[in-house]
Design a protein around this ligand. Structure first.
Ligand SMILES: NC(=O)c1ccc[n+]([C@@H]2O[C@H](COP(=O)([O-])OP(=O)(O)OC[C@H]3O[C@@H](n4cnc5c(N)ncnc54)[C@H](O)[C@@H]3O)[C@@H](O)[C@H]2O)c1
Length: 249
């Protein structure tokens, strides 16, 4: 299949829903072979079924990003089904708003395990396969909340800020090995993750977004499309803000 990602094999975490599912669709439409990983199996399988019906090539694997063995299985699936792994989208994430005193240690550990440890484990598992493939590209989905603070999301800020700098560390560690790493920082995107906020809170964020609307999941996937294509061969360690202008204020 022709396309901006022809010849690429992409592993996308959190591929069953929202931004991850949009990546699966956009990447397959641009010629990548896609492995979608998620803990939501039925929903993930439905996403890849739709892609395969429309002429793309995608498979689903059960992947809990906080489990190292799951990552090794997912990378093995990519290599064995599609011949190599060139592309990793560390997208899976969880969110709830909680202030410093209200957050629990269990909540902190859970969010760190998924949003932060999961990103490291994904890179750790995928990079040897990318090296075998002759190079690769990683996009780590951080957040606008990885760049700025807010009064009530301590753990989320901690994890997404970590993802931003883990990405730069990876970019520098592998710059001479043909493996690039960049982060994307979405603003408010219309996906189920926003259910953690009240409708009033969501309305407030929307009203404060300069373009006056929420983003669509595809609008994040198109950023990754560029960063994972050969068009971005000189782009590594960068952060791409896709937020309807919020960060410019
Ligand atoms: N939607 C937004 O406004 C927004 C803004 C900034 C950043 N983000 C980030 O974008 C990413 C995608 O979120 P989304 O908005 O599409 O939300 P979503 O809830 O629609 O999708 C998240 C996906 O991650 C999966 N997931 C959760 N825990 C997992 C685990 N342990 N292992 C594997 N998969 C797991 C879920 O099953 C789900 O399919 C997240 O990292 C999120 O923090 C979202």
């Amino acid at each position: 299949m022709a396309g901006r990602l022809a010849g690429k094999v992409a592993l996308i975490s959190g591929g069953a829903s929202g931004i991850g599912a949009a990546h699966v669709r956009v990447f397959a439409a641009e010629g990548a072979k896609v492995v979608a990983g998620d803990i939501q199996e039925e929903q993930g399988k439905a996403v890849v079924d739709a892609v395969n019906k429309s002429g793309g090539a995608a498979i689903f694997v059960r992947l809990d990003v906080s489990q190292e063995q799951d990552w090794l299985n997912a990378v093995y699936t990519a290599d064995s089904h599609f011949g190599k792994l060139t592309t990793l989208i560390n997208n899976a994430g969880i969110y709830w708003p909680q202030g410093i005193e209200a957050e629990t240690l269990a909540g902190w550990n859970k969010m760190v395990a998924v949003n932060q440890t999961g990103v490291w484990l994904g890179m750790k598992a995928a990079i040897p396969a990318m090296r075998r493939a002759g190079g690769g590209a990683i996009v780590n989905i951080s957040s606008l909340y990885g760049l700025i603070g807010s009064p009530s999301s301590i753990t989320y800020h901690a994890t997404k800020g970590a993802v931003r700098l883990m990405t730069k560390a990876a970019a520098l560690e592998y710059a001479r090995q043909g493996i690039r790493a960049n982060s994307i920082h979405p603003g408010q995107i219309d996906t189920p993750i926003l259910a953690g906020l009240t409708p009033e809170q969501n309305e407030q964020i929307k009203a404060a977004t300069p373009v006056g609307r929420m983003g669509r999941p595809e609008e994040i996937a198109y950023g990754s499309l560029y960063l994972c294509s050969d068009e971005a061969a000189f782009v590594t360690g960068a952060e791409l803000v896709i937020d309807g202008g919020w960060f410019a204020q």
